[in-house]
Design a binder for this molecule. Structure first.
Ligand code: FES
Ligand SMILES: [Fe+2]
Length: 448
């Protein structure tokens, strides 16, 4: 007869948190792990939608996607379908894309321009600000006193940060600016380089991937560890672009679970902005504060996650991909919407300074598509791992008793931060400090 050891084979949870002066949860100070069921379990996915997605500020569109009155895009906020519309008065509204009569999907297109949306079932008609304006035969069938105003589309709060539109259905959530908090300082480094602002010149790109949404959010939050292994072929083949000198990095954590990893060329005195046209450098210096210039100068990469599901990647690339390409800096946004515990609906945008030259934007776009398009080499490397993680995390024994570990550089990181600015700065380039931060906030919401 054999006996079964029913104790967990790796610790489940086991985190310690405390409060910092700015109200953010402190980084876990002990061994940190996340039960694998959170990456595969349907009931946990339902809880995520309720506890996290329903209450967070979620990125829905770039303002440049809907510049004119009547322009709209249809998007997801978690699993809720929404219309993001520029109204006749120029405001932006984010509304549930569901007829308030019996609930049919109201707008079936991804993008368009319309003054009204007419339901395909019984013909109720809504203005592009969500007001119910037309109900066939309502005097005869509902009565002349039928109150149309009580059937307007359900609207979310919508706020903008440097052209990035976020929405939330939580009336009690803090303002978007307060939600971003100290992270705004860093986002402005690349969103604020031009007085003309930013645009998403090529619109949004969409694909489904078979994996849990958190794997990408944690990867973008600060996984410098996987680069030389998962993406080794890209380095070996010289597809990663040139990089002068050695680099040094910092990880930065913010209230509400946001994270950034920033890396720069080490030991350079001269202030340079790689990827940006040299004639625009004086403008960058005038647009940014001295502290932002210090952070952004000689940047080799900056990436992070705005909790829960918007990640960004800023990286300059010298020489583009093909002969004749100009130097450019890619800013990519990507949103991970969990349409199931095992399926993620992704949207990606290139964001560029509005008044930069077309060949600069095209070079940046080529970098995004060649590295991170749905079939690009970076993407393929990561997706293979994410699919395999889903495959094993779905196992019953795995979900019940095994955890994912995040102890990298717990006590062994080279803690010498080269930057002293907003947020909790940890002088660690290759570590899992940011993943611990992301998941600590996640677990606080899921288990709190
Ligand atoms: S469901 Fe839209 S009009 Fe009936
Ligand atoms: Fe990767």
């Amino acid at each position: 007869m054999t006996t079964v050891d029913d104790s967990p084979s790796t610790p489940l949870g086991g985190t310690v948190s405390s409060s910092t002066g700015n109200g953010a949860a402190a980084a876990p100070t002990q061994s940190f792990s996340v039960p694998r069921r959170y990456f595969a379990d349907s009931s946990d996915w339902e809880s995520e939608l309720e506890r996290i997605f329903r209450h967070s500020w979620l990125f829905v569109a770039h303002e440049s996607e809907i510049p004119e009155p009547g322009d709209y895009v249809t998007r997801l906020m978690g699993t809720d379908q929404v219309i993001v519309s520029r109204t006749e008065s120029g405001d932006v509204r984010t509304m549930l894309n569901s007829c308030t009569h019996r609930g049919t999907l109201l707008c079936k297109a991804d993008v368009g321009n319309a003054s009204h949306f007419r339901c395909g079932y019984h013909g109720w008609t809504f203005a592009n600000d969500g007001k119910l304006t037309g109900v066939p035969r309502y005097r005869e069938l509902y009565g002349a006193d039928f109150d149309k105003a009580s059937f307007n589309l359900r609207a979310a709060r919508t706020e903008s940060f440097h052209g990035l539109l976020f929405a939330t259905f939580d009336a009690d959530q803090v303002s978007l600016r307060d939600y971003l908090g100290d992270m705004a300082f860093y986002l402005e480094c690349f969103l604020g380089v031009s007085a003309a602002g930013t645009e998403a010149p090529y619109g949004a790109f969409r694909f489904l991937h078979q994996g849990n949404w958190k794997l990408e959010a944690d990867n973008f939050s600060g996984d410098g560890y996987h680069l030389r292994h998962a993406h080794r072929a890209g380095f070996d083949l010289g597809l990663m672009g040139s990089q002068a000198g050695s680099t040094e990095g910092v990880c930065i954590q913010f209230e509400h679970g946001h994270t950034i990893r920033a890396q720069r060329t080490a030991g350079v005195e001269e202030i340079a902005f790689p990827g940006y046209p040299e004639e625009r450098w004086p403008e960058i210096r005038s647009q940014l504060s001295p502290a932002q210039v210090e952070m952004f100068a000689n940047s080799t990469v900056m990436h992070g996650t705005i909790f829960p599901n918007l990640s960004f990647l800023h990286t300059p690339r010298a020489g583009g991909f093909d002969p004749g390409d100009v130097d450019a800096a890619m800013v990519q946004l990507r949103v991970f919407n969990p349409v199931g515990p095992d399926t993620t609906d992704e949207l990606c945008w290139l964001v560029a300074p509005t008044d930069y030259a077309e060949d600069w934007k095209e070079s940046a776009f080529k970098t995004m598509q060649r590295q991170h398009g749905a079939t690009a080499f970076f993407e393929s490397d990561d997706m293979e791992n994410f699919r395999r993680m889903l495959q094993v995390n779905s196992g019953v024994e795995t979900r019940a008793r095994v955890a994912a570990n995040f102890d990298l550089a717990h006590d062994h990181a080279p803690y010498e931060a080269w930057f002293d600015g907003p947020g909790n700065i940890v002088g660690s380039d290759i570590s899992e400090v940011n993943q611990r931060w992301f998941y600590q906030h996640y677990l606080d919401l899921m288990e709190g």
